[in-house]
Design a protein around this ligand. Structure first.
Ligand SMILES: Cc1ncc(C[n+]2csc(CCOP(=O)(O)OP(=O)(O)O)c2C)c(N)n1
Ligand code: SF4
Ligand SMILES: [Mg+2]
Length: 282
């Protein structure tokens, strides 16, 4: 087993709580890739770790908040965006990243997602989309593909899944991108861009869950899923997100939305001064 001293020698170890390792993720899980890309982005940006807050909900990916060495919160299931909103409004100078799962962000937490995007709350939301509730044994969720097998859909899922990039764009996100866990460099670049941009940014990461979802759907080992990503993914920047449904044959990836608009904190500050002036005028 790798010792803490060996972990400590890793060039990115200053961003990670190495004393928490070994992590809980299964071999081949995409969550490790997301952690790696995230800390690489921090390193490239020379991020001041005192000005970054990472928030996650509950689920396998939710453990990531505990692994990143900054003020971080592993909050209740479905509530990371609500908590992150409070942090941002209390201290607008902080950069906020919410990293959580498809179940956490889009089932129990779905309402928080659409309203934070609509309000343009300044935060970067990264979703590890593994198409199921990995942590609790592989139940189906809002992104499980039609016909897929999970513990709660043993005869195949009959619910239509969300197209997350379409949902984010329609809800008002200023930056929307999708990558798979294979697109390490592009995902890192996207995280860097999102962390530097103002407003509600959303990055979906299609991520292998070989132990639970993959096993039930006979997808093979993580390396087989990565091969499938290579064969089926197509980079289409600027593509209409409403048409970027994920299918077995094709995963459209890329940057779909990149726009500017005032954030909630900016509008709130303006409103504050406007109200103060009105009150003074009587
Ligand atoms: C209020 C509440 N309801 C249900 C649960 C059980 N629970 C824990 S994790 C989870 C789903 C996690 O799925 P996802 O967000 O996709 O993360 P993954 O494990 O797949 O990374 C659920 C339903 C909980 N912890 N709290
Ligand atoms: S159950 Fe799936 S998502 Fe959870 S750690 Fe294992 S491979 Fe990753
Ligand atoms: Mg999941």
């Amino acid at each position: 087993m790798t010792t803490i001293e060996e972990f400590d020698k890793h060039p990115l170890s200053r961003y990670v709580r190495v004393e928490r390792f070994p992590h809980i993720w299964c071999e081949g899980c995409g969550n490790g890739v997301i952690l790696n890309c995230f800390v690489k982005a921090l390193d490239d940006l020379n991020m001041d770790m005192n000005k970054l807050v990472v928030v996650s909900g509950i689920g396998c990916i939710g453990r990531i908040a505990g692994y990143i060495k900054c003020d971080s919160f592993h909050t209740t299931h479905g509530r990371p965006i609500a908590l992150a909103t409070g942090i941002k409004l209390a201290n607008p100078r902080l950069a906020i990243a919410v990293i959580s799962g498809d179940g956490d962000l889009f089932a129990i937490g779905g309402n928080h997602f659409i309203h934070a995007a609509r309000r343009n709350i300044d935060m970067t939301v990264i979703c590890s989309n593994n198409f199921n509730y990995g942590m609790t044994g592989g139940q189906f969720g809002p992104t499980t593909p039609l016909g897929s097998y999970t513990t709660t859909t043993p005869y195949g899922n009959i619910e239509h899944p969300f197209n997350l990039v379409h949902l984010a764009a329609a809800s008002g996100a200023v930056y929307v991108a999708r990558w798979t866990a294979l697109h390490v460099k592009r995902l890192t670049a996207s995280i860097k861009k999102a962390l530097q941009k103002k407003g509600f940014k959303f990055i979906e990461v299609v991520s292998p869950c070989p132990e639970i979802y993959g096993r039930r759907n006979k997808l093979g080992r993580a390396v087989d899923v990565m091969k499938q990503y290579r064969q089926t993914s197509e980079i289409r920047h600027g593509y209409d997100p409403s048409k970027a449904e994920i299918t077995q044959e094709k995963i459209i990836v890329g940057e779909f939305v990149d726009i500017e608009k005032p954030t909630y904190a900016e509008l709130l500050q303006k409103q504050f001064f406007k109200v103060q002036k009105k009150l003074k005028e009587g």
